[in-house]
Structure formats: structure tokens, C-alpha cells
Design a protein. Structure first.
Length: 255
């Protein structure tokens, strides 16, 4: 089956199902964080905020396709999906910055950092992601609301999504490389090792999704449209919708 209608139907239900897994995963982390006081450290607070972003992003995939055709609904979905993805990456970066400061600067002003991060992520970033409305750069592409496939839409896509996403990934990788190079794991207690394992895996999830989405983007620009490419796109976007589920797997299974 490679007709437009059948592909759209398959893609919609795949993404909605994956979004459900992502939402449940994110919600489970939120409940665990609020239920157990031992988890209320600054590191897990960042994971908590990441899960809120993942959960809100996942809800977009429950919106009926017919509703996405309404411009106002589509704008909200496009802003939510892109903003929440970068917000999730920002909180992952926060963890690496705090760990780096603790090890190399011997000073951890976590309260200062978390206030700055909260102001930037919750107050400034939403306004930034509203800016593409000025150039009418959000719209419906097949069954997803995102940046339009035109000059201004592609500029916003690169400037607000791919460029900051990859910059944050490289900064996180650099800080983790420095951290793990300096640490002597033989002298670290079991609980600290467990926390370090968790926090290093969260950026790996984001890296995987950005590689996947970047690869899809390159293929869509370089190759002619084909049935195989459309199914690959459906799989990629479905995995992207389930991000909260994979973070929950790390949160609950890493010991």
C-alpha cells in the first residue's frame, strides 16, 4: 500500500500509538519524582522538567487529523512539538553543565543555574518559537504540523531546531567526555555510579533522535519521493513521538 490516503492513515495511527507510549513513560517519571523525596535532587529535577516537555510533545500526536487542518490548532501543535523538543535538550544540557562545574570549577551554584535555565526555557524560548508565525512559516505537512517547506520555513527549521539541537548535543558530549575522563570510577560509590549512568544515557536518546531526524531530512531533500522513503518517515516520526517512553526505560531500569 503506497497510496497517499493509506500512508497517511498508517502514519497517523503509528504516531498516535507511539505518542501514547511516550506520554505514559513521561507521566510515570513525573509521578515517581513527585512521590519519592529521595529523587528530588537537582539532577532529577532536570529529568522531571524533561519529562514534562516529552509528555506535552506526546499529546500533540493525539490530535485528530481533521483538527490539524484548522490553522490555529496546527500552529499550536507545531510550536509545541518543536519547542518541547528543544526544551528537553536544554534540560539534558543543564545536567552536563552542573556536573562539569562541580568537577572542574569545584563550585556548584545549582540554584543560580536552575533559575537562569527556568527563565530561558519557560519564558524566553516560547516567545522565540512564536516568531515563525510572523512569516507564516508553520503549516500542515502530510499529517504533521511543523515548519513549512519554503525558504522562510527552512530557515526557521535550521535556526530554531537543527542548529541549536546539534550545538547542545556537541556541548553535552564534550562535557561528558571531560567528566568521564577525569573521574576515577573505582573511588565512586554505587549510588553515584547509578546516577552517572542515567544522566549519560539521556543525551544519547536525544542524539539518536536528532541523527534520525537529520538523516530523514537529508534523504527527503536528496531523493525523489518513494514508498520506501515515506514508510521510513513514518517510522522515524513514530519513534520521535515515543521519546518519553525511552527516557522512562532509562529512569526505571538503569541500576
Amino acid at each position: 500500500m503506497c497510496s497517499k490516503e493509506s500512508l497517511n492513515t498508517i502514519s497517523y495511527y503509528l504516531q498516535a500509538s507511539s505518542g501514547a507510549f511516550g506520554f505514559i513513560g513521561a507521566l510515570s517519571i513525573i509521578i515517581a519524582y513527585l512521590s519519592y523525596k529521595d529523587l528530588r535532587t537537582y539532577y532529577f529535577q532536570a529529568v522531571f522538567f524533561t519529562s514534562i516537555a516529552d509528555g506535552l510533545k506526546a499529546t500533540v500526536y493525539f490530535v485528530p487529523f481533521s483538527a490539524l487542518k484548522i490553522s490555529e490548532v496546527c500552529y499550536i501543535c507545531a510550536i509545541t512539538t518543536n519547542y518541547m523538543t528543544i526544551a528537553s535538550a536544554m534540560w539534558t544540557l543543564f545536567i552536563s553543565v552542573v556536573l562539569y562545574q562541580a568537577l572542574f570549577k569545584s563550585v556548584v551554584e545549582v540554584e543560580k543555574y536552575i533559575k537562569i535555565w527556568c527563565i530561558f526555557v519557560f519564558c524566553i524560548m516560547p516567545l522565540v518559537f512564536i516568531l515563525p508565525l510572523i512569516t507564516d512559516s508553520y503549516g500542515l505537512l502530510t499529517i504533521n504540523c511543523t515548519f513549512k517547506e519554503n525558504f522562510s520555513g527552512n530557515l526557521w527549521r535550521i535556526g530554531l531546531f537543527y542548529l541549536p539541537g546539534w550545538v547542545m548535543i556537541f556541548v553535552s558530549l564534550y562535557t561528558y567526555f571531560k567528566i568521564f575522563k577525569k573521574l576515577n570510577f573505582e573511588l565512586i560509590d554505587r549510588d553515584t555510579k547509578s546516577i552517572l549512568k542515567k544522566v549519560i544515557l539521556y543525551p544519547l536518546v536525544i542524539i539518536f533522535f536528532f541523527i534520525m531526524l537529520s538523516t530523514l531530512r537529508i534523504l527527503e531533500n536528496r531523493l525523489s519521493s518513494s514508498c520506501e522513503l515515506k514508510y521510513f518517515s513514518a517510522i522515524c516520526l513514530s519513534l520521535y513521538a515515543s521519546q518519553g517512553f525511552w527516557n522512562a526505560m532509562i529512569f526505571f531500569t538503569t541500576a
